[in-house]
Design a protein around this ligand. Structure first.
Ligand SMILES: NC(=O)c1ccc[n+]([C@@H]2O[C@H](COP(=O)([O-])OP(=O)(O)OC[C@H]3O[C@@H](n4cnc5c(N)ncnc54)[C@H](O)[C@@H]3O)[C@@H](O)[C@H]2O)c1
Length: 401
């Protein structure tokens, strides 16, 4: 059996672990550190993470769980973002395969700590970046790498998030837990963009954000069910229901039932942010993410423009479109790549990657180096957008020095 120990058995990793158990019947969760034992046990039962759920050892402290470290073949960290680094650093000396949720770190101190702890063993970690291995993206990447587009000069990347209410109505609104929306969202996009550019990282970023719609002066712990403004508030469950869309603001409550106030004073998450990235090749990328877009505006993907051609792809339509600039035929090639699992099919690929790391020590295609690079690009974008400056992005080597 492949015995997995989990730190933070939350919504995200319990779904990933359920997929792993389906893919490989030898995968089983044998130990969990999580403050909520009742919820953890229910999750283990509901998601089938062990055939004998009552045999799973439940801990409230990772130190206690690690007293039995020799019993575990591998680890999963699925806590909220602010705790990823501290637990990953604690596991580093064990040198066992680790599945680590993104963002791998949310401060410069954390990225440095993590880079040092895993220096030379970044391949022992699968970082949860499903987009970079999703079939629509890998199909697009294949065309980019074939050279068909010629010299790439720019990339226009977009992420319009129609479920962006989740960043203002649920725990994702807590800056101390997420570090903000560059780290929360752009971490995936900067990562896939690096792959398109075929370079480790962008060296410089100039970023801006707008924070006008959500946030305000309401109390942070106020819920709609306790508020006397729901008749007029545009984001009250009643008014969201009337327009048939809550933008996922109700999560984790039932849709249109309740949520935390999106106009609370502690909300620091921006409504939208944009970053321009410069690479060593001299090509640049314009990336923009928007969290107030709703309904059919959902769009995530990029347009890559080279001298010989343009390719664009979108995870919402599962489509790739290629136009050759210099052929005599006036032709548009369209390819559809239907996903078979969450995150454009990337989740299933990540699960298999982690199993392959445990079983065959196969180097993962989304490793800690990628996680650290992306986190430092996000931190630099955050610095740039807060201070109105161009920010330099260090290499992983520099972070770990
Ligand atoms: N890769 C992706 O595409 C993707 C998608 C969704 C979420 N995520 C990331 O997954 C992470 C978890 O998100 P979620 O929605 O599952 O959150 P969640 O709140 O459902 O899960 C967090 C879990 O950590 C536990 N926890 C809290 N404090 C702890 C501690 N000190 N020690 C151990 N466990 C502790 C909580 O009880 C909970 O079970 C976040 O970092 C989020 O950004 C990634």
């Amino acid at each position: 059996m492949l015995n997995i120990a989990v730190i933070g058995l939350g919504g995200r990793v319990s779904g990933m672990l359920a997929q792993m158990c389906q893919m490989d019947p030898e995968v089983q969760v044998v130990a969990v550190t999580d403050p909520s034992h009742e919820k953890a046990l229910k999750t283990i039962k509901d998601k089938g993470l062990n055939k004998d759920p009552d045999s799973v050892k439940l801990y409230t402290s990772s130190e206690k769980m690690l007293e039995n470290a020799e019993k575990y073949d591998a680890f999963v960290i699925g806590t909220r973002c602010n705790l990823h680094t501290q637990f990953a650093v604690q596991l580093a000396p064990l040198n066992k395969p680790l599945f680590l949720e993104k963002p791998v770190a949310i401060t410069w101190d954390q990225v440095r700590m993590l880079a040092r702890a895993y220096k030379g063993k970044e391949d022992r970690v699968v970082v949860s970046f499903p987009l970079r291995v999703s079939p629509v993206f890998t199909s697009a990447l294949e065309i980019v790498r074939s050279g068909r587009l010629g010299q790439i000069v720019s990339v226009q990347a977009v992420n319009n998030v129609p479920y962006g209410g989740v960043y203002f109505g649920s725990w994702y609104r807590n800056y101390n837990e997420t570090g903000g929306l560059w780290l929360q969202k752009a971490t995936h996009d900067f990562d896939y963009i690096n792959r398109i550019m075929g370079q480790e990282r962008a060296h410089t970023v100039a970023a801006m954000y707008t924070h006008k719609v959500y946030g305000g002066d309401m109390p942070h712990d106020l819920r709609c069910s306790q508020c006397d403004k729901t008749a007029t508030c545009p984001e009250s469950p009643k008014n969201q229901k009337a327009r048939g869309d809550d933008g996922s603001m109700s999560y984790p409550f039932a849709k249109f039932e309740d949520h935390y106030c999106a106009f609370s004073k502690e909300i620091r998450n921006e409504d939208a942010g944009s970053a321009i990235l410069k690479y060593d090749s001299d090509a640049h990328v314009a990336y923009t993410q928007n969290f107030i877009a709703r309904k059919a505006t959902g769009k995530r993907g990029a347009r890559i423009i080279g001298y010989d051609g343009t390719l664009e792809f979108d995870w919402y339509t599962d489509k790739i479109r290629v136009v050759d600039h210099h052929t005599s035929a006036d032709r548009v090639d369209e390819i559809t790549v239907k996903p078979t699992s969450g995150h454009g099919g990337g989740d299933a690929v990540l699960c298999q990657m982690y199993i392959d790391l445990i079983r065959q020590n196969a180097a993962p295609d989304a490793n800690l180096r990628d996680g650290l690079t992306s986190a430092s690009m996000c931190l630099a974008a955050r610095d740039s957008s807060e201070n109105n400056v161009f920010a330099k992005i260090p290499t992983v080597g520099e972070l770990g020095a």
